[in-house]
Ligand binder design. Structure first.
Ligand code: PLP
Length: 452
């Protein structure tokens, strides 16, 4: 075909998009896509890159592009990494029943800020205060968007243009863009670093208190630990010193938990109950780390201090919505009833090795004729900055596919939204985090990869 004939055979855009294949598609997406595609086509014909034109093929290409755009990029994945509180994979899972109740509330009008008794404006945060005070024996609570917001709000409210004393060993960076010194600077508070990286003593805090000091702050190290010649000051002592000097004591705990952790982890990680015994003026933690609920920053402490936080205009920018409040309320009720098996994160953490081994065997039964595998005793991490460097035992199934490296296999699984890990030259699916409802899908994917 001559170049000119070819160019003329490119359909008219308006006509082309009228065809039945495109009938139910979003024209606002389709139209620019077709225009752009035809433009490229024209250039390719002129440059002799294309010598024939097939309308069916053209239509197919357009449909592929269209569906690529219209498929949501935020998708379900299967976490087979073994890391329970995996920040990149959405952190703690929400309990489906809590979510269902939240759906009921969020899809109808509700009393989010309405006092049903008095028939007038109510308070958004009131829905949680009595439940939380029972759970943690605290005077009051405030919930904001996440724990980073909690830290920011607290520093901005109490320590703007004032000094906050923090140990040099606790100036942490928590993945992405959260660094204590940076957050503090942005909040308007002045950081006073005391002690050394490996050792800080109570005296270091005491000696650096001036008339500009407003707060003594402790930060959980979260994602690292200092081994060897090291020590830090217990929050209890910091809190006591602050109270003696008329200052605010604040503990940014990061990942707070309620239960006694298994595998001896409790020895190194005090629970929320332990810390509440020290009577903190302010304490904040994430809702979706080991606490196991929804994304939120939970601030508990003295009523008068929480009242000051509520008066800060910034709260309006950091506030949580009805979904968050509703899910959190449901979860706290479960916690008050000691129904920890209803909290997916804790459920995964407490699964014993025998159960994990049994689950791994269920998968193996489904795939044993299709692929080389091995059941492996391994270990994993809780994640989410809760117990840095502390391993917990787990069971994994390694998958081998002929002629493929472990990294290549990892990539092939990733294309099926199954995220595993490579360890000792093997690709592993770790059962600590695998939901058994996904097992058939995993087995089908394995068979598909093994035979392709
Ligand atoms: C995780 C963490 C934060 C940030 O909490 P988000 O809920 O992720 O905003 C702040 N401080 C510490 C110590 C943490 O571990």
């Amino acid at each position: 075909m001559s170049k000119n004939t070819l160019l003329q055979s490119i359909p008219k855009v308006d006509k082309f998009i009228e065809q039945s294949d495109f009938k139910y598609l979003a024209k606002r997406v389709l139209l620019p896509l077709v225009r752009e595609h035809f433009e490229t086509l024209r250039t390719d014909i002129i440059n002799d890159k294309i010598t024939t034109l097939n309308k069916n093929k053209l239509c197919e290409e357009i449909l592929i592009k269209y569906h690529h755009i219209m498929t949501p990029t935020l998708q379900k994945v299967i976490n087979a990494t073994g890391v329970i509180v995996h920040t990149n994979l959405g952190r703690s899972l929400i309990n489906p029943e809590s979510f269902d109740k939240a759906k009921e509330i969020a899809t109808s009008y509700n009393n989010l800020e309405y006092d049903l008794e008095k028939g007038k404006r109510g308070e958004r945060y009131s829905h949680l205060s009595s439940l939380f005070s029972k759970l943690l024996n605290c005077e009051d609570v405030l919930v904001v968007n996440n724990n980073a917001a909690a830290v920011f709000l607290i520093l901005n409210t109490f320590a703007k243009r004032k000094e906050v004393i923090v140990s040099r060993g606790e100036l942490v960076e928590i993945g992405g863009s959260f660094r204590i010194p940076e957050v503090m600077k942005n909040s308007g508070a002045k950081l006073v670093e005391v002690g050394a990286t490996n050792k800080t003593h109570l005296q270091d805090y005491e000696e650096n208190i001036t008339e500009r000091t407003k707060m003594l702050m402790k930060v959980h190290k979260s994602n690292y630990s200092i081994e060897g010649f090291s020590s830090d000051v217990k929050f209890k002592e910091i809190s006591k010193l602050a109270k003696e000097k008329g200052l605010i004591d604040y503990f940014d705990l990061g990942s707070g938990h309620l239960v006694k952790l298994p595998y001896g982890l409790s020895n190194s990680e005090p629970s929320l109950y332990d810390i509440m015994k020290d009577n903190p003026s302010l304490l904040s933690f994430s809702g979706d780390k080991l606490f196991g609920s929804v994304q939120a920053g939970i601030i508990v402490g003295k009523k008068e201090l929480i009242a000051k936080l509520k008066k800060n205009q910034l709260l309006r920018m950091l506030r949580v919505d009805k979904l968050t409040l509703s899910i959190l309320t449901q979860d706290i009720q479960n916690m008050l009833l000691d129904k920890y098996e209803e909290i997916p994160t804790l459920n995964m953490l407490f699964k014993n090795i025998e159960e994990l081994r049994k689950n791994a065997n269920v998968l193996v039964e489904k795939i044993k004729d299709n692929v080389s595998y091995e059941i492996i005793d391994t270990s994993t991490l809780i994640g989410g900055g809760s117990t840095p460097n502390k391993k917990i035992p787990s069971i994994a199934v390694s998958i081998e596919i002929k002629n493929y490296s472990p990294n290549k296999i990892q990539k092939l699984f990733r294309e099926k939204n199954i995220i595993g890990r490579v360890e000792n030259e093997k690709f592993l699916l770790d059962f600590r985090t695998i939901d058994m409802n996904d097992l058939d899908y995993i087995a089908e994917s394995i068979k598909c990869l093994a035979t392709s």
